[in-house]
Design a protein around this ligand. Structure first.
Ligand code: MOS
Length: 714
């Protein structure tokens, strides 16, 4: 029965949902037509700290089409947060409009519900709110004395850093700064909520369906079984859609209060204040090394900020615990509560900014030692994770570095800064290492077989999501392979809380977890079908043939993949290396990324085409960190002055010339039975330092404060 159009894993097929997307037939959360639907628009606070003293909704309510104005005075009472700045997660309740207190500029203070979006938006301007303003703390520098030890991660110590620094031939102490950055997926955050008796159905753009259900259950104190969340297509997430933000709470609340389905969209400007962000980080690095390039000490201390009502600490330093062998290591994080919203995970939380610091510091130290930065890294390689003594399941970092060097023509790089010129451009090469944990979590799926006209078709259902990453494609490939049914006869259905539970898309665990869940469901279909027809378990058989031979119209099975116990004995990470060639214009301070080579070692690549898209997207986002991305706070009002794509700049195609991505052939069977690791967050990791290091190689100047905009350069 094996046909040549199975298109199993490993094949670079086009996206199976590509046609639906480009023809506008893929339905995103905000596009579902729901009968009797009304629109709601959030009103944002215009102070950064204080209390609402009066609200006048008379004029807003009197406008045509306006149905309701919800404020803390009439809102449904919701389960609040626990006190004492709790560390937040993906199911933390998202209470809103519960008190007159304002914690940051842009916080929701009211919601207007109207027949049309225009009516709602117009009436928002007529809601009159007065405040008793208090002095807000939004300035990072001024807040330093308020820094606290976060609930997590713990401070980490190995050996004695001071002793290691004293023994070193060369030392380095430098601080790297990364600004507030925003995720800004193309698709705005949105939710449509409909109550039917005690049950609520929500179309929402969410990365993690099961966690969305839990969040809503926690927020409204209702049973999970009464909540259905649907999110079949998602126009990007990058971590901003991990949590179920307060616009979802508002939609569910307003639908309850008005008895109508309510559609809330977060505008692009509101996405700066009402979704989430990566916070500003200051990372102090201290390194010591011997003359021959052995690290004697590595200390990484991160200062970040959180909100005044919740605690989130990005683990920037964790990469410094595991990437290089050094006997003396110290990793600390400190957190300042500011009158800004709570930050949360953004693509490669920890590694993206953390690697900028570590991999820039490694470059600085290599230069001090007069060593090739690749050789310096290889000299400090380790096949055992120094933070826990466990062997890496596989670590091909040196191979990534060497193969990338070869592709890049690294031996031809300018050996000293300012030594190569093309007209008024200074040319430089840079390198960085990349590592990102490859988690794998319990994940379930269902497979339904149906006989149709002598052919067998299969439908795969899981609550997994496709945030643009290619989940539909890799799961169709997985099912095709393990069912031995041609991919054209496979239908994948995702993003519905009625489907079997997965961890959702996040943390680079999606591909491994979902695919394993589908594989187990496919294995179970065959096993259970054999049982049903009285065939021995060891007999060779094909599900489609069995179904047809036994005249069965349909058959289904579910499966749950669970991480092997053996995996816990290893550290499981994906690795990579980034190379860049950068041209810096001496007169204007503009720089151009002329070439990028990325070599990734990420286990079995399920679909080289979509995996390439993941790495390319990561490289682009990493380039954005250096070229332009930053959210600026206005010190007097405490609001963000970057409020649209006109002032929050992201890289475009022209910024990304000549990108080459190479995947090392690898299957990591310790990671999981299919040998899969993650690629989604690996691609952004280390990229910023590879560019900054190239800028040093070109100009002789170190820029430790991102982004590296022209006015800093000249
Ligand atoms: Mo990711 S930052 O877990 O979407």
């Amino acid at each position: 029965m094996k046909t040549n159009n199975i298109k199993g894993t490993g094949e670079a097929i086009n996206r199976v949902d590509g046609r639906l997307k480009v023809t506008g037939q893929a339905t995103y959360a905000g596009e579902f037509s729901v009968k009797n639907k009304v629109y709601a628009q959030g009103v944002n606070s215009t102070i950064a700290k204080g209390k609402i003293t009066s609200i006048d909704v008379t004029e807003a309510l009197a406008q045509p089409g306006v149905i309701e104005v919800i404020t803390y005075q009439n809102a449904l009472k919701l389960k609040g947060h626990e006190k004492d700045l709790p560390a937040i997660d993906n199911t933390t309740p998202m209470a809103v409009l519960q008190s007159p207190d304002v914690h940051y500029y842009g916080e929701y203070v009211a919601l207007v519900v109207a027949e049309t979006i225009e009516q709602a938006q117009y009436a928002c301007r007529l809601v009159k709110i007065e405040y008793a303003k208090e002095e807000a703390l939004t300035d990072f520098a001024a807040a330093k004395s308020t820094a606290i030890k976060p609930a997590a991660p713990e401070d980490y110590f190995r050996g004695d850093v001071e002793k290691g620094l004293a023994e070193a031939d060369e030392t380095l102490e430098v601080t790297y700064v990364t600004p507030i950055e925003h995720h800004h997926p193309m698709e705005l955050h949105t939710a449509i909520a409909t109550w039917m008796g005690d049950e609520v159905e929500i179309y929402a753009s969410q990365q993690m369906i099961d966690n969305s259900v839990k969040t809503i259950a926690n927020t409204f104190d209702i049973p999970e079984k009464n909540i259905r969340v649907i999110s079949p297509f998602i126009g990007g997430g990058f971590g901003s859609k991990l949590q179920t933000h307060r616009h979802v709470t508002l939609a569910v609340m307003a639908a309850k209060m008005t008895g109508r389905p309510v559609h809330v969209t977060v505008t692009r400007t509101q996405m700066f204040t009402n979704t989430t962000m990566r916070q500003r980080n200051e990372q102090k690095m201290r390194l010591g090394a011997t003359k021959d390039g052995k690290l004697t000490a590595l200390a990484h201390e991160t200062l970040s900020h959180t909100s005044t009502y919740e605690q989130y600490q990005e683990p920037c330093g964790t990469v410094s615990k595991m990437l290089y062998a050094t006997p003396n290591n110290e990793v600390k994080h400190r957190l300042m509560p500011l009158n800004l919203q709570t930050p949360f995970a953004m693509r490669a939380p920890g590694e993206a900014p953390g690697s900028f610091a570590l991999e820039s510091a490694m470059d600085e130290m290599a230069w001090k030692l007069g060593m090739d930065p690749i050789e310096f890294r290889i000299k400090n390689d380790t096949q055992t994770d120094p933070s826990n003594g466990k062997p890496f399941s596989s670590r091909l970092l040196n191979e990534c570095l060497r193969i990338g060097a070869d592709k890049m023509g690294w031996e031809n790089r300018p050996k000293t800064p300012r030594s190569r010129r093309e007209g008024s451009w200074l040319v430089g090469y840079g390198v960085s290492a990349a590592s990102r944990a490859s988690p794998y979590q319990e994940s379930a799926a269902k497979v339904i077989l149906r006989a149709k006209g002598g052919e067998v078709h299969a439908t795969v259902q899981t609550d997994a999501t496709d945030i643009g990453t290619g989940t539909y494609s890799i799961l169709a490939q997985t099912a095709a392979e393990y069912l031995q049914i041609p991919i054209e006869r496979i239908t994948v259905e995702l993003g519905d809380s009625r489907f079997p539970v997965t961890p959702g898309s996040g943390g680079s665990w999606g591909a491994a977890s979902f695919s394993m869940g589908v594989k187990v469901a496919c294995d179970n279909v065959l096993k259970e079908l054999k049982e049903k027809v009285g065939m021995s378990e060891d007999a060779q058989a094909n599900v489609a043939q069995l179904l047809l031979d036994n005249n069965l119209a349909t058959f289904e099975a579910t499966g749950t993949a669970t991480p092997d116990e053996g995996r816990a004995g290893y550290s499981v990470f994906s690795f990579g290396a980034n190379f860049t060639e950068v041209w810096v214009n001496e007169h204007t301070g503009m720089f151009r990324i002329k070439r990028m080579v990325n070599v990734s070692s990420a286990g079995k690549i399920l679909n080289p085409k979509t995996a390439y898209g993941q790495i390319l997207g990561g490289l682009t986002m990493g380039a954005g960190m250096v070229i332009a991305e930053q959210t600026k706070v206005e010190p007097n009002f405490g609001n963000f002055i970057t409020r649209s794509f006109a002032d929050y700049h992201v890289p475009v195609n022209l910024d990304m010339a000549n990108v080459e991505v190479i995947f090392l052939p690898e299957e990591d069977k310790i990671a999981n039975a299919m040998g899969i690791k993650g690629v989604g967050e690996l691609g952004i990791t280390g990229v910023a330092s590879a560019i900054a290091n190239a800028i040093f190689n070109a100009t002789g100047k170190r820029f430790r404060d991102l982004p590296i905009t022209p006015e800093k350069m000249v």
